[in-house]
Design a protein. Structure first.
Length: 83
């Protein structure tokens, strides 16, 4: 499966608890599209949230986020990785 990083905006002031709640919504729906949400990060000051996921394509990631009620503003496939 391909890996994707997506960006959400407009979440100024998001807390760790709210981020966890939104992430759980994705996890509850991920199997409907054959994706897996790995991790999420947030910057409460800018209102940006970043999600790392795996899935068959960008549209599958987009659909899960839309159904969860927090559509992604941008989604990037990230095929190159270093550790």
């Amino acid at each position: 499966m391909a890996r994707f990083m997506d960006i959400h905006t407009g979440m100024k002031g998001i807390t760790q608890e709210k981020l966890q709640e939104e992430h759980r919504k994705d996890l509850a729906l991920e199997k409907t599209e054959g994706v897996h949400f790995i991790q999420a990060w947030a910057d409460p000051t800018s209102g940006r949230v970043f999600c790392l996921s795996e899935g068959p394509n960008r549209d599958a990631i987009r659909r899960v986020h839309q159904h969860a009620g927090h559509p992604a503003d941008e989604i990037y496939e990230v095929p190159v990785e270093v550790k």
